[in-house]
Design a binder for this molecule. Structure first.
Ligand code: NAD
Length: 421
């Protein structure tokens, strides 16, 4: 037996049984809750000897020896950004009562550079002790799920949820089950694992319309970013009859006051979530990229970069509410300025947390490859959380983030080892 210090400061007993060729795993867990901390549990800083790219892994909290959070790649990514995102992941896992802590990976490199995949491979190789045993990662900005899975496969680790899957009694069977869920076909020619996070964002918007007593057809939305999250959110909002009048990608803003034909636009995306301007349908106005923020809509959904909404542009926002699909989309100062104008922000760790919650429901065997089960569960959870956040805002003046932080600060205690079936 070895003693391992857990992030909550209590001593957790862990066994260090030999596992061939990989680090040992804890088989018992602390039963004290991990608290939301301002300082992360661990920061790792990596430099790629071939390109000079730098990458970071920040583990904000470990629970039961596990932490979860995607890996992003973008030119200019900083350790502070990754720390903020890791803290956000810890908020998500606590808010959705998942038995895992929060972490994030980030690489400061252009994902469109031809060397990007090799850089990602070398980053994962360097992080191997963590991705082998403790860090369950996934896609994020600039890193699609299929790409990170290919890298894990190349490293002999199967799939990016490896650190959890290897805990199962029969990891091969668990991997097959998890792949079945991720790759389940859904409408629009998409895969469940690619759209579930955006589906949750769409329902955060729909729950807001319900709260306002407003029917979807009278509700307008603008979405910044039409990649994995923004694209799926747009798709499910369009399906529900909401008018998505404005979208933006890295190349600019597209607008149609009567509502955009979202499926047609999504068909024009490239692998980076950019819409081919040479094949745009008639009647779409092309505007500068920043115009998305001042769209005259009910709901603004930032679904691209972090820190999209700052004190410099917060006064441009005309929407009645901001629903954060992107992580850390609104700076704290900008959020305070919006709140002072009566504009609430539904925080990332609720609005976009469907992605991580669903991944863990899948790992824990609580949802399967039947998409309807996943959609039903996420829709119900999202509507109830958003209704509570908006009620606290309307009745008591607490911002949705303040209410959400109260939930995140009181994660349910782990009562035993996490069992991956
Ligand atoms: N993918 C996930 O599972 C997931 C889950 C939770 C949160 N998120 C968050 O959602 C955000 C988007 O992630 P993603 O996976 O959808 O990324 P993605 O790479 O699939 O898509 C990004 C989109 O944003 C656009 N974009 C980039 N820079 C822009 C700019 N300056 N202005 C306007 N548009 C811009 C791109 O053109 C593209 O359409 C990130 O903040 C990420 O952390 C992602």
């Amino acid at each position: 037996m070895t003693m391992m210090q857990d992030p909550a400061g209590s001593a957790a007993q862990v066994t260090t049984q030999a596992v061939p060729a990989v680090p040992a795993l804890p088989s018992e867990v602390a039963t004290t809750p991990a608290v939301r901390r301002s300082e992360p549990y661990m920061r790792l800083h990596w430099t790629d000897s071939l390109t000079g790219a730098v990458g970071y892994l920040v583990v904000h909290t470990l629970r039961g020896g596990l932490a979860t959070g995607g890996t992003r790649m973008r030119a200019g990514c900083t350790v502070t950004e990754v720390e903020d995102l890791a803290r956000g992941m810890a908020n998500k896992t606590a808010t959705f009562e998942l038995p895992v802590g929060g972490a994030k990976g980030g690489i400061d490199f252009d994902p469109k550079d031809p060397r990007a995949v090799e850089v990602l491979e070398r980053f994962c190789e360097a992080m191997r002790p963590w991705i082998d045993s403790h860090w369950v990662t996934a896609e994020d900005l600039g890193v699609p799920q299929h790409l990170i899975d290919e890298v894990f496969e190349k490293l002999g680790l199967g799939q990016s949820y490896h650190a959890a899957i290897r805990r199962a009694d029969d990891p091969a069977a668990t991997l097959e089950r998890v792949r079945g869920g991720l790759n389940a076909a859904v409408g629009g020619g998409f895969l469940l694992g690619d759209v579930i996070g955006g589906y949750g964002v769409a329902h955060a918007c729909l729950a807001t319309a319900v709260w306002w007593g407003q029917v979807p057809a009278e509700t307008t939305v603008a979405i910044q970013g039409v990649g994995t999250m923004g694209g799926a959110a747009a798709y499910y909002l369009y399906e529900a009859g909401i008018k998505v009048t404005t979208v933006a990608d890295a190349a600019g803003t597209l607008h149609c006051a009567d509502g955009l034909d979202i499926p047609a636009l999504l068909d024009l995306r490239d692998g980076y979530g950019e819409i081919d301007r040479s094949r745009l349908p008639e009647g779409i106005e092309r505007l500068p990229r920043a115009a998305i923020l001042s769209a005259d809509v009910d709901i603004l959904v930032p679904a691209a970069i972090s820190y999209a909404i700052t004190p410099d542009n917060s006064f441009d926002i005309r929407a009645r509410i901001v629903v954060e699909a992107a992580n850390a989309a609104t700076t704290p100062e900008a959020e305070a300025m919006l709140a002072a104008r009566g504009v609430p922000v539904l925080p990332d760790f609720v609005a976009n947390a469907g992605a991580v919650a669903w991944a863990w429901w899948l790992l824990l065997g609580e949802v399967d490859d039947n998409p309807q089960n996943s959609f039903d569960r996420l829709r119900a959870v999202m509507h109830s959380k958003v209704a509570l956040l908006l009620a606290a805002w309307a009745d008591q003046g607490f911002t949705p983030r303040e209410t959400g932080h109260r939930w995140a600060d009181e994660p349910s205690p782990l009562t035993g080892p996490v069992r991956i079936p």
